[in-house]
Design a binder for this molecule. Structure first.
Ligand code: HAM
Length: 425
């Protein structure tokens, strides 16, 4: 039998209960924050026309050049499994006439995205993004609001020490001059650039600033800096954004090499990471920025917008690493139900359902025969009481309630068990 029949495709993973619990924890906390800040949930389809990402994300980005899962339908349409949400959000804004809604239109989302990347730590081919997007305002306070929302989200789920990297990459007014001078600088040193950056020089020179290759790192140290080229509008916008971050006491670092790998960004770009060794290994937990030109580029009205997305698996990776092996409150139960013999087993299943209806949290091992094995499980789950139905109790329709700490036992009629437990717990 082919080996791949019992393996997930490269870079794709099964989610276990612990992963799903953490994913839900992130999502539930995000929902509370989104509600408070007035962001509505939105969910575009998993598949969009390929052209949306080619145009929106950008023809010369890694995503479009190398990472998209494309398919051709029977009807001949070219569709793509979304590699990110932002172009879908911009598409939906135009399609549903959201420009007629009070601005800014604030949306949030959470769901799977697909990128055919080289798998490594914190880098998967199917992962979840949770994002906040505000469309229709150019105010820097919205850039700061998005950063503040992600900061609050990370802190409430237990990522306490964070660092926000920020930069401003200009707009259509000031970026061309910067780009020109950057190309001039790198062209003069092109022989020493890595092969990828040699290609970037022609197609997407700003991305050279992002390169982590040692030889490119050295060269970029002397490169022109975007902050020296910003037009007045971009300069003031960035200044205002930074002043608000300071007011909010959000720790940030100016990173002139932060350019982000997507074509639509204008002005503010940011990334949030955990400020620790483990956090550095995991990579950016959140990435985002302003995309004032995207909606117009896709055929809509000129609409400034800003947003960001959190990579759920990276956050889950951090949280899982620091979880203790002790049972969590969700894994512990106050009551454990044990039984001995066939009749007792049947009665136990009935009692188990009665306890569920009474809203009591109960553990069981109805598949087991040995009482001592079941008592061991009760101990492990930190149960306060174990209910035991032995052969004798099954015949008499009774239950033994055993207090685990003292070992004290009491025999109670089956139909009085719930009341007895509720009086004691
Ligand atoms: P991005 O930086 O490509 O931005 O992705 C956002 C986050 O998704 C990253 O910071 C990272 O946590 C996570 N991520 C990205 N690639 C992977 C991967 N292969 N495996 C696991 N996690 C990953 C965007 O996608 C933009 N749409 C963000 C945005 C929203 N900008 C404005 N609005």
């Amino acid at each position: 039998m082919a080996k791949d029949i019992y393996q997930t495709p490269t870079g794709m993973h099964d989610l276990f209960a612990i992963d799903i619990d953490l994913l839900e924890k992130i999502e539930n906390n995000a929902r509370k924050i989104a509600d408070f800040y007035g962001f509505e949930r939105f969910e575009p389809p998993l598949l969009e026309f390929t052209h949306l990402f080619e145009k929106g994300t950008g023809e010369f980005t890694d995503i479009v050049e190398k990472e998209m899962y494309n398919l051709k339908t029977k009807g001949g349409d070219l569709l793509t499994l979304r590699p990110e949400y932002t172009p879908s959000i911009a598409r939906a804004y135009i399609q549903h006439g959201m420009q007629n809604l009070p601005k800014p239109v604030k949306l949030w989302y959470c769901g799977p995205v697909f990128r055919h990347e080289r798998p490594q730590a914190g880098r998967f081919r199917q992962f979840h993004q949770l994002g906040f997007e505000a469309l229709g305002s150019e105010q820097a306070v919205l850039d700061a609001m998005i950063v503040q929302m992600f900061t609050a989200l990370l802190q409430t789920i237990g990522v306490k020490k964070i660092l926000v990297q920020v930069n401003c990459i200009g707009d259509s007014q000031c970026r061309p001059a910067f780009r020109k001078s950057l190309v001039g600088y790198f062209r003069a040193r092109s022989a020493s650039l890595c092969p990828t950056c040699k290609t970037r020089l022609k197609k997407n020179p700003l991305r050279i600033l992002d390169c982590k290759e040692e030889k490119c790192e050295k060269i970029k140290k002397g490169a022109p800096q975007i902050l020296d080229y910003l037009c007045k509008e971009c300069h003031n916008h960035f200044k205002s954004f930074l002043e608000i971050l300071e007011e909010l006491e959000i720790p940030y670092a100016l990173n002139p090499y932060l350019v982000r790998g997507l074509d639509y960004y204008t002005k503010t770009v940011f990334e949030i990471e955990e400020d620790s060794e483990a956090g550095k290994m995991q990579g950016a937990l959140v990435g985002g920025g302003r995309y004032d030109g995207l909606i117009k580029l896709l055929g809509g009205k000129d609409t400034p917008a800003v947003g960001g997305a959190l990579g759920a698996e990276r956050v889950i990776g951090l949280l899982k690493n620091r979880m203790s092996k002790k049972p969590t409150p969700e894994q512990t139960v106050k009551i454990f139900l044990a039984q001995v013999g066939e009749l007792a087993r049947r009665k136990a299943l009935k009692l188990f359902e009665m306890l569920r209806q009474a809203n009591l949290q109960v553990g069981e091992a109805l598949h087991k025969d040995s009482l001592s094995a079941q008592l061991k499980m009760a101990d492990k789950a930190c149960a306060q009481y174990t209910l035991i139905i032995g052969q004798r109790e099954a015949l008499d329709n009774q239950v033994i309630i055993r207090e685990m700490k003292s070992g004290r036992q009491k025999i109670v009629d089956m139909d009085k068990v719930v009341k007895e437990l509720k009086n004691n717990i």
